[in-house]
Design a protein around this ligand. Structure first.
Ligand SMILES: Cc1cc2nc3c(=O)[nH]c(=O)nc-3n(C[C@H](O)[C@H](O)[C@H](O)COP(=O)(O)OP(=O)(O)OC[C@H]3O[C@@H](n4cnc5c(N)ncnc54)[C@H](O)[C@@H]3O)c2cc1C
Length: 477
């Protein structure tokens, strides 16, 4: 039996970052990975968001040197209709404000994220942990936890090894053996977890640069809602689906997207060739369930931390790994790894920036569950997006089929026809998100609307308390 201060199950981002932090804090640390090397069994690639520059700047400086790195600057939505024709394209674009948001060493990183293969990222993070002094054991699967008087006191491996530790950290992903065996929670329910099939393609690097450059793509329509993350010389296409939704096999949806003419054209233009097919599980829920017990904490996917709006989870895994290791160090220094002491872990991850992710978790999850998985509604949303775009420049200007005002009115009429079909969805799924609009912005909206209404009504009903009424509707003084 070997003995450590901290024993961690899993050598993904959460486990590696927990190990790095614990070792840096002087704790004798081991992390166990079932694969032959870190990242071997994990999703082919990932996008790291802009906040990495803010929260993990040292790592990010090295990550951009990894061989599969591609800078991502924006996200382009390819919207398809029910016959899989590409009908319009939307982009996240840039604003001046983005460039003010994150500045690292004088360089604006407001919209600049990173895409790298996990086969590059995970070994890089694991290596940081080893350099800090943690011990990594690969080809070692955790099969159980050790317990004494209800407290988790170590890990048991498939090789029959017993690893005793003051604190155990479960960083063993969506299937987490530690979570279940320690009794913190049961397996995730079907409505808490998504199945994500993913196809990886190799492609010609310079053509990818010419054709796609710094974009990630989203293929979006009645029968698809798939992301395409692009790397230096390859990309992957995947989509997530809750296990309790849709009878159709998720793999069939991926196949359908691969048949979309615009997708195939994109593949031809970058010389794409399919090279790998994977299926993973990704927790996707409004907020994490319980994440600690006597002697044990759960980080990353094991804790249910991925973002409830779009499933980003690597930043969350590293941050929770870091917090868990810091709480472990404190508990070990006081000689008290009890549940009561480890409560601090939950208190800390609930603080901003991480805790804010889950403030609207229920609303984010509902938004997707009630839209992307409802083909009938999606058909209308696609029409709505098309008409909305048409009513803006350059739609009416470049339609030369009739006089422009007639054309504009025809589209406005169609837009107004579609609108009532979506009002139920908007009322149930968008209005609740309105709670997130800050009081300051609500007051500004109320002031502006009241000012403009008052100007229009001047001389007719001067005494109407328009600002007060709007304030009431918007929930602001
Ligand atoms: C297809 C897909 C695409 C994604 N894309 C992105 C993205 O672009 N950006 C982003 O931020 N997030 C993305 N995510 C989410 C992200 O991958 C996860 O949130 C993140 O990897 C969580 O890190 P983790 O360390 O908690 O878990 P994991 O990355 O799952 O790591 C867990 C590790 O533990 C090991 N392990 C599991 N069980 C055991 C055991 N019993 N014993 C020993 N070792 C074990 C595994 O082999 C693995 O290495 C994606 C997820 C999927 C499924």
């Amino acid at each position: 039996m070997s003995r450590y201060d901290v024993a961690i199950a899993g050598g993904g981002p959460g486990g590696a970052y927990a190990a790095k932090t614990a070792a840096e804090l002087g704790l004798k640390t081991v992390f166990l990975e079932r694969a032959r090397k870190a990242g071997e069994k994990n999703s082919s690639g990932c996008g790291l968001g802009q906040r990495w520059w803010k929260d993990f700047p040292d790592e990010m400086e090295e990550i951009v040197k990894l061989p599969s790195y591609r800078e991502t600057k924006h996200c382009v939505f390819k919207i398809t209709d029910e016959e899989d024709n590409l009908v319009t394209t939307l982009s996240t674009g840039f604003t001046r404000k983005d460039h003010e948001r994150i500045v690292h060493k004088g360089i604006f990183r407001g919209m600049s994220g990173t895409a790298v293969y996990r086969s590059c990222l995970d070994p890089f993070l694991a290596d940081l942990a080893c350099k800090a002094g943690a011990e990594l054991r690969t080809s070692t699967c955790v099969t159980d936890v050790m317990k004494k008087n209800g407290r988790v006191t170590g890990l048991v491996t498939d090789k029959g090894q017993k690893i005793e530790a003051d604190i155990v950290i479960g960083a063993d992903g969506a299937h987490s053996t530690v979570a279940v065996k320690s009794g913190i929670r049961k397996r995730f329910q079907k409505n808490e977890i998504t199945l994500v099939p993913q196809v990886d393609f190799s492609c010609n690097e310079s053509r990818l640069e010419d054709v796609i450059g710094g974009a990630n793509l989203v293929w979006f329509g009645p029968y698809c809602g798939a992301y395409q993350v692009n790397f230096r010389d390859g990309f992957h296409l995947g989509l997530g689906q809750w296990l309790d939704i849709w009878d159709t096999k998720p793999v069939d949806f991926v196949k359908r997207i691969m048949q979309i003419p615009a997708f195939q054209a994109m593949c031809r233009s970058v010389d794409a060739e399919m090279r790998e097919f994977q299926i993973h599980l990704l927790p996707w829920m409004p907020h994490p369930p319980k994440t600690y017990a006597d002697g044990v904490m759960l980080v990353g996917d094991a804790g249910g931390f991925p973002c409830p709006l779009e499933g980003e989870g690597i930043w969350h895994a590293c941050l929770t790994g870091k917090i868990a290791a810091q709480v472990a160090a404190k508990a070990i220094s006081t000689g008290d790894p009890s549940e009561e002491t480890l409560k601090e872990y939950e208190q800390r991850w609930k603080e901003p920036p991480l805790g804010k992710e889950y403030e609207y978790g229920r609303e984010y999850v509902n938004f997707w569950r009630n839209s992307a998985f409802n083909p009938e509604l999606m058909k209308k949303i696609v029409l709505f997006i098309g008409e909305l775009q048409y009513l803006n420049f350059p739609g009416p200007v470049f339609d030369w089929s009739d006089d422009h005002m007639t054309i504009f009115n025809e589209h406005l009429e169609h837009f107004l026809d579609v609108l009532p079909d979506l009002s139920g969805f908007a009322k149930e799924n968008l209005v609740p998100l309105g709670k997130g609009i800050s009081m300051e912005n609500r007051a500004r909206i109320a002031d502006m609307l009241a000012g403009s209404i008052q100007t229009k009504l001047r001389g007719f009903v001067p005494r109407w308390p328009i600002r007060a009424l709007l304030g009431k509707v918007l929930g602001v003084k």
